[in-house]
Design a protein around this ligand. Structure first.
Ligand code: CA
Length: 226
């Protein structure tokens, strides 16, 4: 598995390269947006890890240009508190994002999860059972009904669908969607899940968003409930 890192911050780049190399990946690292695009277009990578602010051209421009010819999965590095950046990356066709400062355990888990998906999706829609999430228009569609979502509901559903089948602890959801710390009050997660369910689950079968007692939430189709 080959990974290209485009990051001008030497410390972060070196840290990523070292960690991912130790995890068994073949890693290339370039430090500006122009070399990044050139490298990504001339070699076959399984994953690109892209910083946003880069010399030459920024990560957004790189991704936009790359998507004309390549569907290589892209993971953005974003500031921890910038939900706007995440949504923008997603709209441009990024597959995931990772908040800086980097947590290496989380990084390798997310890298594995992206690589496990294999060939990236070629549309701007996520689908689980009869629930679709339109990533461009930021709305859900279920059984032909268009469901409008607030920005937070969208971010929450995107997370649940992107990692469908995975039990997500409240603390993870809180940090991914609200950038809250692990010890923050996670009631906000429960109420957001409740609102999301009332929109995408209550009027439909099968139920997709499940509470896993003592652990968190998972979005999946469960056979017993079909
Ligand atoms: Ca940078």
């Amino acid at each position: 598995m080959r990974i290209l890192i485009v990051e001008d911050e030497r410390k972060t780049g070196a840290y990523l390269r070292k960690g991912l190399t130790e995890a068994g990946y073949i890693v290339d690292w370039v430090e500006d947006g122009i070399s990044g695009q050139h490298q990504a277009e001339s070699e076959d990578y399984d994953l690109l890890i892209l910083d946003v602010m880069l010399p030459g051209q920024d990560g957004w421009a790189l991704l936009r240009n790359l998507r004309r010819t390549r569907r290589t999965p892209v993971m953005f590095l974003t500031a921890r508190d910038d939900v706007g950046d995440r949504v923008k990356g997603l709209e441009l066709g990024a597959d995931d994002y990772l908040a800086k400062p980097l947590d290496f355990v989380e990084l390798t888990a997310r890298v594995k999860s992206i690589l496990r998906r294999g060939q990236p999706r070629d549309s701007n829609t996520l689908r689980v059972s009869d629930l679709e999430l339109d990533l461009t228009r930021r709305k859900a569609i279920r059984q032909g009904d268009t469901i409008l979502l607030t920005a937070k509901e969208f971010a929450l559903l995107w997370l649940l669908m992107r990692r469908a089948g995975e039990i997500l602890p409240r603390a993870i959801i809180a940090s991914q969607v609200w950038d809250m710390n692990f010890d923050s009050d996670t009631n906000v997660v429960d109420s957001a899940i409740r609102r999301l369910r009332s929109k995408v689950d209550d009027a439909y079968e099968p139920t997709l968003i499940h509470t896993v007692r003592g652990m968190g939430y998972v979005l999946e189709v469960r056979d017993s409930e079909e």
